[in-house]
Design a protein around this ligand. Sequence first.
Ligand SMILES: [Zn+2]
Length: 275
Amino acid sequence: MPELPEVETVRRGLQSQVLKAKVAQIDVLYSKMITGNVDEFVKKLKGCRIEAIDRRGKYLLIRFSQGLTVISHLRMEGKYFVEKREKPVEKHTHIIFELTDGRQLRYNDVRKFGRMQLIKTGTEDMVPSIKKLGPEPTADKFDKQLFYTDLMKRKKAIKTALLDQTLVAGIGNIYADEILWLSKVNPQTPCNHLTKKETTLIREKTIEELAAAVEAGGTTIRSYIDAFQHSGSFQFNLHVYGKKGQPCERCQTPIEKIVVGQRGTHFCPNCQKVK
Ligand SMILES: [Zn+2]
């Protein structure tokens, strides 16, 4: 599942390829991909220009002229491709934005879990999925004190809390494991048992790790390749994720994999002791 760094990589790719492009027509081949009225989606976007590509958490916000925004959530496997019109449409392409310059912006999704929703620009904070998002994991938006206060109200494991997009936006399974290893905190630790020092460190590592992953173009696991066929390189910077049985880089203890909140979780039993 793409997490913040992978979605940000898609955003940058789209920005470099389709900014200012004008929509001639839209083909919706799988209507369930659109939240809301499909005819309206097609009719309203026809003739609009792509003016910007923004992101909030794991959501892309494609800004069109006429004050319109498409909220796009890639979920498990959603991908964008920009192709010449002549190129045959791939099997899992579900939405095609025909551009006036002869290209097509194609949305491809093997699992069909992704969703697009058309809204008026500026009303995104009223859309429930966006409204409930916690802060972006950046130094200026991710407040140290609020993070601590929020965690002290939670009894669930810190691993589970990091995946909860209402606490902080953008973290998925890979980066949650990495952040906790970097912070030397056991993933099963109940949030309200963490010390202030630990929550401060988790916040710092979250900001650093996601920024580093964005710079590397995200993590490429299995077949996940971004919209423009580039694969990110952050998989070479992972310390615990997918490394069960391999020695911890800090202490050589074999990395263990357990289940926390129904999610596979990697950690070092020596560096990340249960308190
Ligand atoms: Zn270790």
